[in-house]
Design a protein around this ligand. Structure first.
Ligand SMILES: Cc1cc2nc3c(=O)[nH]c(=O)nc-3n(C[C@H](O)[C@H](O)[C@H](O)COP(=O)(O)OP(=O)(O)OC[C@H]3O[C@@H](n4cnc5c(N)ncnc54)[C@H](O)[C@@H]3O)c2cc1C
Length: 417
């Protein structure tokens, strides 16, 4: 695989950018693999990459029903942060943030991780108390998070209005400086290229239609639109479709799938230096390198598998954005879209083994799994390779919904983009 370098780019540019190698070959499914990953999002492709690069398991296929990165990976607003309340969550998400650092170098692929800081606005006394609690808890876990006064928040993000008479007055903000954004497509493509160069087959346009189990109950392989493919280890990383896939193996999962929407504005000159989130009003925003304001909304209230959401949800988000950032009131929106997010009762993911031997799962990331991509991928690969969870993902097991040992970020954060 050709390495990308400044010299390489320069010489290829002189030749009209002809002669670049295919980034990952189009693979035909083999009859069997050592491991299969269902779902070609960042999590699934990353897991295949780490299986090959860290554990030497290269006889692996990633099976994707559409095109890689076409699910939530390519639809999200790319906010990265790790300032979650509970110890388990802080360790999990900070594991990912540490991997984001250096990911471009590791993959030799620019994932454009930009540590521009994530500002979470507090609009009422409850927000202030809850964010301060987060800040103290984060510090105990070595996760950076600091409190800003309204004036300090505005200095960090000049378009922010701190008018005390506003409907959503800004009473302060929590800032995680290591938080930021990354380029979502690059993450999928970088992992795909890295995995394929180590021998992983990336099979697109091939839906998994069944999970076959043997007489002992263990996994034997997957049924697909292109026939049966055998594997003793199958990892499912299918985001909004996870419960459907688990049902194929006879398992009922505590997941609900909701549409979640995002939208972008017309492009403007750089004006918005960081990421701002307002969980109370369900609006969050950053500016892309192309200049568009990237805006995220809340989930629909109804479960659905359609990759589009209701108009009133984004209308509500834009109304709030116009009040918090009056400078943007006259801007036009260009596009909106939706993805399907899989939500657990405690709003924390499920990442580990399942009751079916040889079947592993990574799901329930809901509205906030992009930030976890490298960490989730790494831990899923570890779990598959060792047939046991890593200490970081051990608490995120399925059994917690039976034992009651929940990691209740729902109550802690209400929303977790
Ligand atoms: C609008 C929106 C905004 C968001 N904003 C943020 C954010 O700012 N920050 C953040 O951290 N997270 C955010 N998220 C959540 C984040 O996008 C997801 O948690 C994360 O991308 C999940 O990655 P994944 O690789 O698990 O899933 P996906 O990228 O969805 O990959 C799963 C893949 O499985 C495939 N698949 C499904 N069924 C089958 C089958 N039967 N056979 C084969 N393949 C199958 C799908 O086609 C899909 O490509 C947002 C999500 C949305 C929708």
């Amino acid at each position: 695989m050709t390495r990308f370098s400044a010299l390489n780019l320069f010489t290829k540019a002189l030749g009209g950018h002809k002669g670049w190698q295919e980034q990952w070959p189009t693979a035909e499914p083999k009859a069997s693999y050592d491991a299969i990953i269902v779902g070609g999002g960042g999590h699934g492709l990353g897991a295949a990459y780490y299986l090959a690069s860290k554990y030497g398991i290269t006889n692996v296929a990633v099976i994707e029903k559409g095109w890689i990165g076409g699910g939530n990976t390519g639809r999200n607003t790319t906010i990265i942060r790790s300032n979650y309340l509970y110890d388990e969550s802080a360790h999990l998400f900070d594991h990912a943030v540490k991997l984001w650092d250096g990911l471009s170098q590791e993959l030799n692929y620019n994932v454009m991780y930009s540590k521009r800081g994530v500002l979470m606005l507090a609009h009422n006394v409850h927000d202030v108390q809850s964010f301060k609690r987060h800040i103290h808890a984060n510090r105990l876990n070595g996760v950076d998070n600091e409190w800003l006064t309204p004036e300090e928040a505005q200095a960090y993000c000049p378009p922010l209005s701190i008018d005390p008479n506003a409907r959503y007055p800004v009473m302060g903000a929590a800032l995680q400086r290591r938080g930021g954004t990354a380029r979502h497509d690059s993450v999928a493509w970088g992992y795909a290229r890295g995995a394929a160069s180590r021998g992983v087959d990336i099979i697109q346009n091939c839906a998994v239609t069944g999970i076959r189990r043997g007489p002992d109950g263990a996994v034997e392989g997957v049924e697909t639109e292109r026939g049966f493919i055998a594997a003793k280890k199958v990892g499912v990383s299918a985001a909004g479709n996870s419960s459907v896939l688990m049902q194929m193996a006879g398992l009922r999962f505590p997941l609900e799938s909701y549409p979640l929407q995002a939208l972008v504005s017309e492009p403007i000159k750089p004006v918005f230096p960081c990421v701002v989130m307002s969980n109370t009003v369900h609006a969050y925003m950053s500016q892309s390198d192309k200049g568009e304001l990237v805006i995220g909304a809340g989930t629909d209230q109804y479960v659905s598998y359609s990759q589009r959401g209701a108009l009133h949800i984004i209308e509500h988000t834009l109304a709030s954005i116009c009040e918090i950032f009056p400078i943007f009131r006259r801007m036009r929106m260009l596009r909106s879209w939706g993805g399907i997010v899989d939500v657990t009762p405690d709003r924390s993911p499920i990442l580990g083994k399942t009751p079916v031997p040889g079947l592993y799962v990574n799901c329930g990331w809901g509205t906030g799994g992009f930030k976890a991509t490298p960490g989730a991928a790494d831990l899923l690969a570890y779990t598959i390779a060792h047939d046991a969870p890593h200490p970081i993902n051990a608490p995120f097991n399925l059994e917690r919904f039976r034992t009651g040992r929940l990691i209740d970020e729902a109550a802690a954060a209400a929303v977790a983009h």
